[in-house]
Ligand binder design. Structure first.
Ligand code: ATP
Length: 202
């Protein structure tokens, strides 16, 4: 079984940036929970069939794909529908991540899970790597990237786990506060550590 490093962090902390660096520099396999979450509801999937049975055909776009904004509206307005959806999709997402993990070939794999702390998915990983930034940096980067107001960015942050909650479960931390953050040197050091831990460099 692959050695699994769970990579997490709040919105705009730099998870994608960090994962890309591991992949580009060290050919480490990446499994991204957000990508898997889309795959389990793609056209023709059992996940989408269950959603259509529950919410009706109105939940589909004309081309038969999931109407995400419609679904978001429904679950935003109704906590029970949100729970129903989570109970359907979370096991499917976990299962697909396990299947994907079994097919990886790099010495260790990065499992990128934005909501690792919120959804208590620590048990899927051997080690947890947190990308840490201060809140003001997160807000600024989210506003710039997504073109949203400070209040909107603040609301998204408030709905997530806190920085302290994430750091409490971290085995390793990458600091990504500064604009010219020396990410590659931090990543290179962690890569050596994970190689040693995964036992493949012997
Ligand atoms: P999300 O969870 O919202 O998808 P993320 O954690 O994957 O975000 P990224 O997409 O990697 O974060 O980074 C968020 C934004 O911040 C991007 O626009 C990225 O270019 C920028 N960014 C990341 N790191 C830095 C840095 N050190 N200096 C300046 N900008 C950065």
């Amino acid at each position: 079984m692959a050695f699994v490093v769970g990579l997490t962090g709040g919105i705009s902390s730099g998870k994608t940036t960090v994962a890309d660096l591991f992949h580009q520099n060290f050919s480490i396999d990446i499994i991204d929970a957000d990508v898997v979450a889309r795959q389990v509801v793609e056209k023709g999937s059992p996940g989408l069939a269950a959603i259509t049975t529950h919410f009706g055909q109105e939940i589909l776009n004309d081309d038969g794909t999931l109407n995400r904004s419609r679904l978001r509206e429904i679950i935003f307005a109704d906590q029970r529908e949100k729970s129903w959806l989570n109970q359907l999709l979370h096991p499917m997402i976990r299962q697909k991540m396990q299947t994907d993990l079994a097919q990886t070939s790099s010495p260790y794999t990065l499992l990128v899970i934005p909501l690792l702390v919120e959804n208590q998915l620590q048990s899927m990983t051997d080690r947890i790597l947190v990308v840490d930034v201060d809140e003001e940096t997160q807000i600024q980067r989210t506003m710039t990237r997504d073109g949203i107001s400070r209040q909107h960015a603040q609301n998204i942050l408030s709905a997530q786990a806190t920085r302290a909650e994430r750091l409490a479960v971290a085995d390793d931390v990458i600091n990504n506060n500064a604009v010219n953050q020396k990410l590659l040197s931090q990543i290179t050091e962690l890569h050596q550590k994970y190689l040693a831990m995964s036992g493949r460099n012997l």
